[in-house]
Design a protein around this ligand. Structure first.
Ligand code: ADP
Length: 246
């Protein structure tokens, strides 16, 4: 498999504190890859460096052969990388349908600022995305009134509206009940397969990580200390020592 995302010698400091230390990383096209590590290990910073929300001090990030460093986040989305955040990022007062519709409109570069969009705009595309994430029957509900798990599913539909090839999910099951976690993971797995997506995600729930990741990279104090198949990572002596607490 070829590398979809290649990262070489990436560094990022905040006021002298090194959050990303010489990270070199390859994401293969079509794989499901987890980035794990304790709180403060640098996972969110790593995602922010990929998506243009932060600029590295040093190093390169290349997506499908194109250098991303210095590009703004909107431009990176347009190149095919979508992301969901830990914090819920929806329009709570719009309906579920309108949230996805607006995301499709924004992706097309159309304006909707002052008025709610006409119902027919992107109707089919909106419905397809709602079906994909299992929210078709909640289309007319107010987004802010959905359960937490369903709001996260809505976020996923919004992320997919930009038609990404690479999806970045930051703790997709954080704050979810065990049942919501199970449903979310099953849904993410189906969507990744249905759309042929490459998935890079962070996750604190190890049963989720070892359940769906084909490869895992472990961050510790901003450095990647291991990268490989779940079995290889699980048995890596350094990972056991610093992370799994053995
Ligand atoms: P993780 O996502 O693994 O919990 P983060 O990437 O959020 O880790 O944070 C890594 C380290 O960088 C932490 O020590 C955090 O306090 C620090 N950090 C992250 N963002 C900033 C920032 N904007 N300014 C200062 N320090 C930051």
């Amino acid at each position: 498999m070829t590398a979809m995302l290649s990262i070489d010698g990436l560094w990022k400091s905040f006021a002298g504190f090194v959050a990303t230390r010489d990270v070199t990383f390859e994401l293969l096209a079509g794989e499901t890859h987890a980035v794990i590590g304790p709180n403060g290990a640098g996972k969110t910073t790593f995602f922010n460096l990929i998506t243009g929300h932060l600029r590295p001090d040093k190093g390169s990030v290349s997506f499908e052969g194109r250098d991303l460093v210095g590009l703004p986040p909107q431009k990176i989305v347009r190149l095919g990388i979508a992301r969901s955040f830990q914090r819920i990022n929806i329009y709570p007062r719009l309906t579920v349908f309108e949230n996805v519709q607006v995301a499709l409109i924004a992706h097309e570069g159309q304006q909707w600022n002052l008025f709610r969009p006409g119902r027919s705009l992107h109707r089919q595309g909106t419905q397809e995305l709602l079906e994909l994430v299992g929210l078709a029957s909640e289309a007319e509900e107010t987004a802010g009134e959905l359960s937490y798990g369903k709001q996260k599913q809505l976020e996923l539909a919004i992320a997919l509206a930009s038609q990404p090839r690479l999806l970045l999910l930051d703790e997709p099951t954080a704050g979810m009940s065990p049942q919501e976690t199970g449903e979310t993971i099953a849904s993410v797995r189906d969507i990744v397969k249905a759309r042929g997506l490459t998935l890079l995600f962070t996750e604190h729930d190890m049963s989720v990580v070892f359940g769906i990741a084909e490869r895992i990279s472990v961050l510790h104090h901003g450095e990647i200390i291991a990268s490989g198949t779940p079995d290889a990572v699980r048995n890596d002596p350094e990972v056991k020592r610093v992370y799994l607490g053995e």
